[in-house]
Design a binder for this molecule. Structure first.
Ligand SMILES: *Cc1c(COP(=O)(O)O)cnc(C)c1O
Ligand SMILES: [Zn+2]
Length: 421
């Protein structure tokens, strides 16, 4: 066991080592992701002394303004990358009115370079890959990560190997293929893809590859903290009272909570109570099931839902997401495919934000939690839209038709509009 010191390798900024989440064993920074003693997941540890809010505020309008809180070198922004982050936080007044809420915001991560929040995690993993001398970015993906990894590798002139389930949406497969690199479609679920990638790490052919969400996972996961940092800063350095986050592996939800605890500990925001809520699709809801049953463990399921970006049946961070939710007094709920489509349409109609299926899951879950009384309509709430609806057009195709097909004739339009009920 290594003793952590602040004699850091500046390649990783203020990160000082890796710690096992389960037994606390410590390791040097490297391409390690599971504890040699107990197989628990490893997490980055830091020395944040010297980090100031003023320095953050004077940083670039991207995730790199938080470089001092991430396992990346201070000049991470200078290396070729897609500069994700600093996405819009919309005040969602019309949606709030429709749902009977006092104050609601939507953090819209569809504005990222490849139109999902995955650009954040890939950018941090890419920095780690560079620091470790790796030359190929690889990933096991439910779709958006494929898109983000292939694009980030292209931008930096790195190789890419992207592994996806063969049944993904065309909007994700086609874009990924266009960025170039190797795209392997597996006849199986995401969980099969993930297991395959873990096995490949042992093969000599993959030497020099960084699987962003497998052997670089401790770094990758830290990228999700930037969603939490941005929300706090965009609210004027304070925390909302409730947040609703989508849950696939459970990493994003866990890291938003971690980001807010870090900001409180650093004194960058006033220490205030907030509740964390998780959103899943009914066709893949292992974390919601565990929450409702009161289990600590998450039992794997076989996914069957239109929300393919959230279709992880065996979520690596499920237990930690459950923990964050329970500790904060929140809840995890799941919604049907029909509710997901209604959620997408409601958000588009009220706020002009066109979400992919994961965003539909969040909006529908918000409505569900309000109905059940688990979420307080009077408390200030932020919901996350993590991807762009253009990626999952099939979900709304039946509703996405013109009101009428007409000839270019003004009289015909007048007649049509006069007769519209
Ligand atoms: C990956 C993904 C998530 C959730 O990510 P986890 O960190 O694995 O829980 C949410 N929304 C979209 C659109 C995603 O692609
Ligand atoms: Zn351990």
């Amino acid at each position: 066991m290594t003793v952590l010191t602040s004699n850091v390798r500046s390649d990783f900024g203020n990160a000082i080592g890796l710690l096992c989440r389960e037994c606390g064993a410590s390791y040097e920074l490297g391409a390690a992701y599971s504890c040699a003693e107990c197989f628990g997941p490893l997490e980055v540890a830091y020395d944040f002394s010297g980090v100031t809010r003023e320095a953050i505020e004077s940083g670039p309008s991207s995730i790199w303004r938080y470089a001092s809180l991430l396992p990346v070198s201070a000049d991470a922004a200078a290396a070729p990358n897609l500069n994700p982050g600093w996405t819009r936080l919309h005040s969602a007044d019309r949606l709030a009115a429709e749902l009977g809420m006092r104050k609601l915001w939507i953090k819209d991560d569809s504005g990222n370079p490849t139109h999902s929040f995955k650009d954040r995690v890939v950018a941090v993993a890419q920095g780690a890959a560079r620091s470790l001398g790796l030359t190929t970015l690889a990933c096991a993906s439910t779709g958006n990560l494929a898109h983000a990894t292939a694009a980030a590798a292209a931008r930096a002139g790195m190789g890419s190997v992207v592994v996806i389930p063969a049944n993904l949406e065309a909007g994700k497969t086609v874009t990924t293929a266009t960025y170039g690199g190797l795209l392997l479609a597996v006849e199986g679920t995401y969980d099969d893809v993930n297991r395959l990638c873990s096995e490949l790490i042992g093969e000599s052919i993959t030497e020099g590859w960084g699987f962003v969400n497998v052997n670089l996972r401790p770094y990758y996961a830290e990228g999700s903290k930037t969603v939490g940092y941005e929300i706090a800063e965009q609210l004027g350095w304070r925390l909302p009272q409730q947040v609703v986050a989508p849950v696939a592996s459970g990493s994003l939800l866990t890291k938003v909570d971690k980001a807010w605890r870090e900001l409180s500990d650093l004194g960058f925001v006033a220490d205030s109570d907030y509740r964390v809520f998780g959103a899943q699709a009914g066709g893949c809801s292992p974390v919601a099931q565990a929450f409702e049953a009161g289990w600590d463990a998450v039992r794997p399921v076989k996914p069957d839902t239109i929300a393919k970006s959230l279709a992880i049946g065996n979520p690596a961070d499920g237990p930690y997401a459950l923990d964050a939710v329970r500790r904060s007094g929140g809840a995890v709920a799941a919604v049907s495919d029909e509710e997901i489509v209604s959620g997408i349409r409601l958000l588009a109609r009220t706020e002009g934000v066109f979400a992919e299926t994961a965003g539909g899951v969040v909006v529908a879950t918000l409505a569900r939690l309000l109905e059940s009384g688990q979420l307080d309509p009077e408390a200030e709430t932020v919901i996350l839209n993590t991807g762009d609806g253009l990626k999952t057009l099939d979900a709304v195709l039946p509703y996405g038709q013109p009101t009428a097909v007409i000839s270019p004739d003004a009289d015909a339009v007048v007649e049509l509009l006069t007769n519209v009920p």
